[in-house]
Design a protein around this ligand. Sequence first.
Ligand code: CDP
Ligand code: CDP
Length: 203
Amino acid sequence: MGFTIAIDGPAAAGKGTISRAVAAHFGFAHLDTGLLYRAVGAKMLAGEAPVDAARNLVPEDLESDELRSPGVAQAASKVAVIAEVRAALVDFQRAFARRAGGAVLDGRDIGTVICPEAEAKLFVTATAEVRATRRFLELTQKGTVTTLEEVLADVKARDERDMNRAEAPLRPAGDAVLIDTSTLAIEEAVAKAIAAIEARRAD
Ligand code: CDP
Ligand code: CDP
C-alpha cells in the first residue's frame, strides 16, 4: 500500500538531509522537488521559455551538478511563481507520491498542494542565519567563492518570494508536524522526524 511523506520548509532548513534519511529508514523512494524548479531555472538562464522547459523536462535534466549553484537557486524561485510552470510539474510529482512502495517528497508545497492527502507531513525550519551558515559551508566546501552575507541575502530573497507568491506559497499545512532544526544536530533532527512519522503510521 502507498504511504506518502511530505516534507516542506524554507531553503537549507535540512529537508533534503532528513528526507534521504527517512527514505532509507522506511525503504521509500525520495524525490527532491526543488530539483524540478532548479532544472527549469537553469533552462531559463540558458534562454529557454520557462513554461516550455517545464512541459518538456526529462529525468536527465535533474542530474547536472550545476543545479546546486546559487544563481540557479534564484532562477528556480523566479520560475516557481509562474502558475503554468507549477501546473506542468504536478502530474509527475503526484504519480511519484502515490507509488506502491511508499514515497518521500520534499519541497515547498507538498503537504499543501501536491499531496494534501499525504499520510505524514513535516514542516522543517530553522532561523535564516543558521540556514545561511549551513548553505555557506556547503558552497565553500565545493569550492564556490562567496560570502556569508551574500548567501544570507540569497536565502532571504528566496524565502520572501516563496512565501509571498500567489500560487502555492510556502506555508505549513494545518496538519504538519513542525521541526525547528536551528539547534539540532542532523541525527537529532532525523530522530524527531522518524518519531513523528511512526506516530502517524500507528494511527
Ligand atoms: O534540503 P534543504 O535545502 O532544506 O537543506 P539540506 O540540504 O538538507 O541541508 C543544508 C545543510 O545543512 C547540509 O549541509 C546539512 O548537512 C546541514 N544540516 C545541518 O547542519 N544540521 C541539520 N540539523 C540539518 C542539516
Ligand atoms: O535546497 P533549497 O531548499 O535551497 O532549494 P530547493 O528545494 O532546491 O528549491 C529551489 C526553489 O524552487 C525554491 O526556492 C522554490 O522557489 C522552488 N520550489 C518550489 O516552489 N516548490 C517546490 N515544491 C520546491 C521548490
